[in-house]
Design a protein around this ligand. Structure first.
Ligand code: ADP
Length: 481
């Protein structure tokens, strides 16, 4: 190869090298740009990753919140469901109860309407809301004539003399005003045809939430009872006269004989007459006791009260019994703590009570024993002889040191014809009616009787009359006339 060719080849090579260098430079520059771009992209990616992390965390928090909310909602939903079940059950129960109440109401109404006694019910204003068939029949009025009307305007009431009973005194008005259950048989109802009939009335207030919302009055025609009562009273009065007359005559005659006005008797004759006298006295006591018992059982005891000095009455009974007490050589102690206490008493009945208690103390105490009679006021709330007094009372306490009543027989002491075994053995005569009469009198007059006793030690009997006096129990007024 010549020099020329060599030069041109080297020039070409140099040119090529230049071109290659340029190309290399371009490629290098391109590479630099690409690296920068890569870096930028990397940075961007880092930022994106951080952002992604932040968003992820945010999402996680939000998700947790949602989870909690969902949990809460689930609980609420459960509670709601439970509440729903409870409400549903309550409604079901209510439904059942309602129908039960409805049934009971229907049943009660059916009973009320069909009972044999007359019945009407009123609201609190006294308007009649219900009247049964018997009442309609008794009064001669139809239900439509009285329903919704004030009872006192459509059911007229009078006393025995035909005087209208004022509204305030009508048993139903009294029950509405005082919410008490009243019974009073002394009134008469007037029928539609103006005839009248005696009624026994029982009024019961209907109370709701402590307030009277009406009354139910049940009444019965007692015409027949009144007739029977009258017949019984007449029989008792006849029997008392008939039975009492002969022994009263015998008593008078024996006393005359013993008084010596018919001449002197031998000792034996006197003894016989004395026996006749005491047997006759027992007969009188028995007749009196039987009459008292029949009066009690027929409700024929009238309680007529007057203001009396209680201690004075007790003292006078002791005076009457002095000879018997002396005869048995008994020591007697009378303690009057409230000498001047005055009480509304039926003296006859009170005497029967005290006389029985003292006579028993005398009878069931051996010779030489002691009898103690105490009269005193005992205040409400005090305990006496194991009995807590619910109201202030005047109490007569009769104690003795006698035979006492066997423990096993004590529960029967106030029953009719009871006589304890020890008493029967020692004292053969006795009716077993005295304490029954005593208890009946006190029961019927608002008093009380109780006792404590120990065999062979003695007995203590307590008779208490409320300081407000003897009174008739509600509902007995008519029976006791
Ligand atoms: P009576 O005395 O006529 O038998 P009571 O009814 O008065 O009838 O008394 C009933 C019974 O109670 C008596 O028989 C007696 O057993 C007993 N009793 C009553 N009072 C006493 C008393 N003070 N001491 C012992 N027993 C008594």
């Amino acid at each position: 190869m010549n020099q020329k060719n060599i030069i041109s080849a080297s020039n070409n090579a140099a040119l090529k090298l230049k071109v290659l260098a340029k190309e290399k430079e371009r490629v290098r520059r391109k590479l630099v740009v690409t690296a920068k771009e890569k870096e930028r992209v990397r940075r961007k990616l880092v930022v994106t990753a951080k952002e992604k992390e932040r968003v992820r965390r945010k999402l996680a928090v939000a998700a947790e919140k949602l989870r909690l909310k969902a949990k809460q909602l689930a609980v609420t939903a459960k509670n709601l469901e439970n509440a729903n079940i409870v409400a549903r059950n309550a409604l079901e129960d209510l439904g059942i109860e309602n129908s039960k109440v409805e049934m009971a109401r229907a049943k009660e109404e059916a009973i009320l309407v069909s009972i044999g006694d007359g019945l009407f019910a009123t609201d609190k204003k006294g308007n009649i809301t219900l009247i049964n068939k018997t009442a309609e029949k008794l009064l001669g009025k139809k239900s439509k004539e009285v329903m919704g009307k004030v009872f006192s305007e459509v059911i007229l009431m009078e006393d025995e003399k035909g005087v209208p009973i004022p509204l305030k005194k009508r048993p139903s008005s009294m029950a509405l005003a005082t919410s008490t259950t009243t019974t009073d048989p002394t009134y008469y109802y007037v029928r539609k045809d103006k005839t009248k009939f005696p009624v026994a009335i029982m009024v019961t207030p209907v109370i709701l939430g402590g307030k009277v919302i009406g009354v139910i009055e049940v009444f019965r025609d007692i015409t027949r009872e009144k007739e029977i009562d009258k017949a019984k009273s007449e029989f008792i009065s006849l029997a008392s006269h008939q039975l009492k007359t002969p022994p009263t005559a015998i008593k008078l005659l024996t006393e005359r004989l013993l008084g010596g006005k018919m001449g002197e008797f031998t000792k034996k004759q006197k003894e016989y007459i004395d026996d006749i006298r005491s047997s006759n006295q027992r007969m009188i006591d028995l007749v009196n006791a039987l009459l008292n018992v029949s009066r009690i059982e027929l409700g024929a005891f009238t309680i007529r009260v007057n203001e009396k000095n209680v201690c004075a009455i007790v003292q006078s009974i002791l005076d009457e019994l002095k000879s018997v007490i002396d005869k048995k050589q008994l020591k007697l102690k009378m303690i009057s703590r409230d000498m001047n206490a005055m009480l509304m008493l039926d003296e006859t009945l009170f005497r029967i009570v005290i006389n029985n208690l003292i006579t028993n103390a005398i009878r069931y105490t051996a010779k030489g024993g002691e009898i103690r009679v105490e009269c005193k006021v005992v205040n409400k709330g005090q305990t006496l002889g194991g009995n807590l007094l619910k109201e202030s009372c005047f109490v007569v306490v009769v104690s003795d040191t006698g035979y006492g009543i066997p423990r096993g027989e004590q529960s029967k002491v106030f029953t009719k014809f009871f006589r304890a075994d020890n008493a029967r053995e020692k004292i053969t005569d006795g009716t077993g009616l005295g304490l029954y009469i005593v208890k009946s009198i006190l029961d019927h007059s608002g008093g009380l009787i109780w006792f404590t006793s120990r065999e062979n030690k003695g007995s203590v009997f307590y008779a208490a009359i409320p300081m407000t006096g003897m009174r008739m129990k509600a509902g007995e007024k008519e029976l006791m006339s």
